[in-house]
Design a protein around this ligand. Structure first.
Ligand code: AHR
Length: 540
């Protein structure tokens, strides 16, 4: 069993009684099971940072080219080459932040290749992803334009540590952020952008333990310190540096980075912090969900059975323990929790079946929605330490929010979950006690109900509830302690089967529907269908 987040959420194990069948056949839906919650609506905790709902875009497969960039001459409706259907979909879920240009791609990228007239840009090689040709038509200006078209989204620029240099990364920062009356600013202005851009987040490399440089933790800690001495914003607020963190459960990496790279000096002298700020704003964590724990056999993306469903949920549920353990190491070095965990790559990554495996295009099913709902609840519950997360990847790659096929576009079940959950952005986490039966399949026992709750600036309380069990509904009784509410409403996403998928040629089966709720005094009742994700909104 995984641990509850921050001690705020206590799970009380119940007896599981689902009917279990092997293979593709699902158990007949059993009778609803009772479950209960107690939400302390008057005990607001840490802010759920909007950037937990961040995104990741890499030059990979059809993620950038076709997924975002179609070029100004395309018959696909676009603004300055950026497709409008994708922009509209992303605007609706209020994307707060996008990490770019990679991923592994970032450590082979030179920012200068993406500048100037597009017809003159070099045709490069995407060495990280099957040596595909890279037109460089989507560069810094196009990325910033894309963010602007979406609305509020901030850039998170991943600089090249693996094959680049401190000078190259610093030059990029100068180009993006220096005033127009300096040489780098004037060059930017000549390319069409006079005002400096704000670059709030800089990723100092990517997966430097692997594709980003094959470094040891000690080597990278030294490299991070070196880069950190030079990387800055040349106008606007101070840049927040994100150091490369662990791959999954590499707790030793976290220990070394916190011990050797957090402070200006290795010794805890009075000068250890400058302006009381650690050298790194955040330490990243990369964790992908698939069926089982073998990267060479991640399980089917479509047409999977309940064993494939539960295996993936088990790995997704491990996110809770993973964050708790990395956070405990960070607490030793940084008890005031100044350094954030930035889960800047997460998502469900199964074996690709349709496109070339290297393109990492995946069909999208109800299982993805359940994984997204549960993972986001876990991040919310760790809001005291997790202050950024970036799902991999926004369009056409791994667990996408949007899929395109030529001129067609669909939003995925994961998009609907982000749409439901956007109400948590910048709201205050609320403590919740949960009593619910486990979901049991074979040897696997998981918490059957995943929850997070928050209170927004207007006093509205939002609960996001995932019933993981594909075989039983939950009859949920909730006590709303500490405040009175006049109205309650709920929207719920499910589909006929765990592997129901989104297609380009049929109506979207995942559009959330209104769910009946009963609000009486401080009691709220509702029935959560099996394998569903629900948002409840309570207004004072
Ligand atoms: O998201 C796909 C790849 O996964 C990224 O390029 C890399 O950082 C990670 O291994």
């Amino acid at each position: 069993m995984s641990k509850g987040g921050n001690g705020l959420l206590k799970r009380v194990m119940g007896m599981a009684c689902g009917l279990l069948l092997a293979g593709h056949a699902m158990a007949a839906e059993g009778p609803p099971k009772p479950a209960s919650l107690r939400v302390a609506t008057d005990q607001p905790g840490p802010t759920i940072d909007r950037n937990i709902y961040g995104q990741f875009v890499e030059h990979l497969g059809r993620g950038v080219y076709e997924g975002i960039w179609v070029g100004p001459d395309s018959p696909i409706p676009n603004v300055r080459g950026i497709r409008s259907d994708v922009v509209d979909a992303l605007k609706r879920v209020r994307v707060p932040l996008i990490r770019w240009p990679g991923g592994c791609f970032a450590d082979g990228y030179h920012w200068r290749d993406g500048l100037g007239p597009r017809e003159k840009r070099p045709m490069g090689i995407n060495a990280s992803w099957s040596n595909q040709p890279e037109s460089n038509h989507f560069g810094t200006h196009e990325f910033m334009d894309f963010l602007g078209q979406i609305g509020a989204a901030s850039p998170f620029i991943s600089v090249n540590v693996g094959s680049g240099s401190v000078r190259e990364a610093d030059d990029w920062m100068r180009y993006m952020t220096a005033p127009a009356d300096t040489s780098p600013g004037a060059e930017r202005a000549a390319n069409g952008r006079k005002d400096p851009w704000e670059v709030p987040f800089i990723g100092v490399g990517n997966e430097t333990w692997g594709c980003g440089g094959n470094m040891t933790a000690e080597t990278y800690a030294a490299s991070f310190r070196h880069y950190a001495a030079f990387l800055r914003n040349y106008s606007g607020p101070k840049a927040k540096l994100i150091a490369v963190g662990a791959d999954t459960d590499d707790y030793a990496w976290t220990e070394t980075l916190m011990a050797q790279a957090m402070k200006w000096r290795p010794d805890p002298t009075p000068l250890a912090y400058v302006n009381d700020r650690p050298l790194m704003w955040g330490l990243s964590l990369h964790f992908y969900t698939f069926a089982g724990n073998d990267w060479r056999n991640k399980g089917r993306n479509i047409g999977f059975d309940e064993a494939g469903y539960v295996a993936a949920l088990k790995r997704a549920d491990f996110t809770d323990e993973l964050i708790a353990r990395h956070a405990a190491i960070m607490d030793k070095h940084d008890p005031e929790k100044k350094v954030a965990i930035a889960v800047d790559e997460w998502g469900a990554w199964f074996d690709s079946e349709k496109d070339a495996p290297s393109a990492l295009y995946l069909e999208s099913t109800l299982r993805d929605a359940v994984i997204a709902g549960h993972s986001l609840n876990i991040f919310n519950r760790h809001a005291d330490r997790v202050r950024m997360a970036n799902i991999a990847q926004m369009v056409n790659v791994i667990q996408s929010l949007v899929l395109t096929r030529g001129e067609k576009m669909v939003v995925t079940p994961t998009w609907h979950v982000f749409d439901l959950y956007k109400v948590h952005q910048d709201a205050h986490l609320l403590p919740v006690e949960v009593k619910a039966p486990d979901y049991v399949k074979g040897d696997t026992r998981l918490p059957g109900l995943s929850v997070s709750a928050s209170r927004d600036k207007d006093g509205a309380v939002h609960l996001t509830l995932v019933n993981l069990d594909p075989n039983s509904a939950l009859d949920l009784d909730t006590v709303l302690a500490g405040a009175k509410f006049k109205t309650a409403e709920a929207k719920m996403l499910t589909a006929p089967a765990i592997d129901t998928s989104i297609t380009f040629d049929a109506p979207d089966p995942f559009v959330p529907k209104a769910l009946d709720v009963r609000l009486k005094g401080d009691k709220l009742g509702l029935r959560l269908p099996s394998k569903s994700v629900t948002l409840v909104t309570l207004r004072p």
